[in-house]
Design a protein around this ligand. Structure first.
Ligand code: PMP
Length: 360
């Protein structure tokens, strides 16, 4: 029996053990059909059933209104940085973007290749430690859409509010989708790379309001046109079937956990414990404005970065994996997505206290 350790990776991230067990049980012979999901035609009744159930479960979890399409696409969240303007930004048009960190910056850079991008607000003035309030945003009157990044995976900055804008609101929820309930009706389009709270990498989920379909530029590649994907049930070509299936198992697991209200309770408890431990210590610190702290990605530094290596080595010895911060910022980062149990946070907090006693 292999021993599964506590994995704090930012993505691809921990998956629920129960889901992996089920996938293992079904791997060679899916429900007595004599073949694995990976070997099925995506057009078979079996796979279409798997795909439809996954979509319905996601709709149930997020209470997605009927006038939204759910698309299971490829190319990761990064491809959406281009796909969104190709579909929603007319030639010569303008889009507003909110800059709160590294992922918003990437979205801005890519969209700038396709049109006029107006950065309506930036956290730069706060050294990316706080989110500018909406009163300080300079939105354009004529924006085709407003794009923001509700959770900055690297910086550890998360909106705990939804912007009120008149243009369609577009959100990169790669690292916080499904972490708590959400009012989908406030958004024109939501997208999320799967490899944090949804499932394995190779899949990106797009939830798009129907009236935003059919606006793609004439030059938009067929494969990137949301309307084509929607019309073909996300099967214009061969989709990433196994990732889709596994994501469906995660959605079932989430329902068993009490849905997103259940996840919210656990995620809130996890983040409270971890930030409390950081704030109470003299060795660890997190610079983010308290109201804007991410529930999913908790970066922290040690007072002396010469302690980083011994901290990480000790963590690994105790089975606490992938706590090293992003290469661009250094320090530590604990990603505590849905599938990271509260026991993992308890173990981390205990280790942090023990390490501080020795080195503080
Ligand atoms: N946006 C956010 C907020 C992310 O965290 C990531 C990945 N860490 C991306 C976009 C890029 O995702 P992908 O690797 O799926 O392109």
């Amino acid at each position: 029996m292999s021993k599964r350790l506590f994995n704090f990776c930012a993505g691809p991230a921990a998956l629920p053990e129960a889901v992996l067990q089920q996938a293992r049980e079904e791997l060679l012979d899916w429900q007595g059909k004599g073949l694995s999901v990976m070997e099925m035609s995506h057009r078979s009744d079996e796979f279409v059933g798997i795909a439809e159930r996954a979509e319905q479960d996601l709709r149930d979890l997020l209470a997605i209104p009927n006038n939204y399409k759910v698309l299971f696409l490829q190319g990761g969240a990064s491809q959406q940085f281009a796909q969104i303007p190709l579909n929603l930004l007319p030639e010569g048009g303008r889009a507003d973007y909110i800059d709160t960190g590294i992922w918003s910056a990437k979205a801005i850079e890519e969209a700038s290749r396709f049109g006029n991008v107006h950065v309506a607000a930036s956290a730069k003035g706060h050294d990316y430690f706080a989110i500018p309030g909406q009163n300080d945003w300079q939105l354009s009157g004529d924006a085709a859409y407003v794009h923001y990044t509700p959770n900055e995976t690297i910086g550890g900055l998360e909106f705990n509010w939804v912007p009120e804008v008149s243009a369609p609101l577009v959100a990169d929820m790669s690292s916080n989708i499904l972490s708590r309930p959400l009012d989908v009706s406030k958004f024109g389009l939501i997208y999320a790379g799967a490899q944090k709270n949804i499932g394995p990498s190779g899949l990106v989920v797009v939830i798009v309001r129907e009236d935003l379909l059919g606006r793609a530029r004439a030059s938009c590649p067929t494969m990137l046109d949301y309307a084509v994907a929607a019309k073909n049930g996300s099967m214009y070509n061969t989709p990433p079937t196994f990732a889709w299936y596994l994501s469906g198992l995660i959605f079932q697991w989430l329902k068993q956990q009490g849905g997103l209200e259940g996840m919210k309770r656990v995620n809130d408890a996890k983040q409270r414990k971890l930030y409390a431990a950081i704030d109470a210590s003299g060795l660890y610190s997190n610079p983010i404005n308290v109201a804007d702290r991410s529930w999913m990605n908790v970066p922290f530094r040690l007072a002396d970065d010469r302690l980083d290596k011994p901290f990480l080595a000790g963590a690994e010895e105790r089975g606490l994996l992938n706590l090293k911060g992003h290469r661009s910022v250094g320090g530590m980062r604990a990603s505590i997505y849905n599938a990271v149990p509260e026991a993992a946070v308890d173990a981390l907090v205990a280790y942090m206290a023990e390490f501080e006693k020795q080195h503080g």
